[in-house]
Design a binder for this molecule. Structure first.
Ligand code: HEC
Length: 144
């Protein structure tokens, strides 16, 4: 009997909390402040702009890092030094840095050819390094 009363009391406390909106009012901020919030921060415009500035300020190192990563991950579709293959050549073309970053982040599709998004594979800093490398490919072509 006493167990039943206790059980009922717990139930009604829960019900009151639910009805007063206590549960739903508390829950959302907790999830938003969790891992989701941290992930979002990495993609926040301020953070991305900061990374871009940092990566471009040490451009020579960034290009080298980008080249290394390109040869590991992108060369299979885009060819040696972006000379093309399964996907378009990236060499000797005029690109906007922000367009490159966005495309690498989100991926791209042309007909049945699909480039996956690289957002989860590379940090913003690593993606900007890839951008500096691809930009360096267009400059090399111009110099020749
Ligand atoms: C599975 C094959 C594949 C891989 C791997 C790949 N891409 Fe792509 N990429 C594509 C396809 C397909 C497109 C869209 C069509 C096209 O441009 O040929 C594309 C488009 C692009 C574009 C836009 C080109 C344009 O003309 O607008 C950039 C920049 C790019 N890729 C960079 C990269 C980088 C950097 C990597 C490595 C992190 C990479 N890609 C890896 C297949 C790939």
């Amino acid at each position: 009997m006493s167990v039943n009363v206790f059980g009922f009391m717990r139930y009604s406390v829960f019900l009151i909390a639910l009805l007063s909106g206590g549960v739903s009012a508390v829950a959302p901020p907790v999830t938003e402040g969790g891992t989701k919030g941290i992930k979002k921060d990495l993609e926040a415009p301020e953070f991305v702009a900061e990374m871009k500035a940092k990566v471009f300020s040490k451009e020579e190192i960034s290009v080298a890092n980008g080249e290394h990563r390109f040869n590991q991950t992108c060369v299979y579709c885009h060819g040696h030094q972006g000379s093309g293959g399964k996907a378009k050549m990236l060499q000797g073309r005029e690109f906007d840095a922000d367009y490159l970053f966005k495309t690498i982040t989100k991926g791209k599709k042309r007909g049945s050819l699909v480039m996956p998004p690289w957002k989860r594979t590379f940090t913003p800093e690593e993606r900007w390094e890839l951008v500096t490398y691809i930009l360096s490919l267009s400059e090399e072509k111009k110099k020749q």
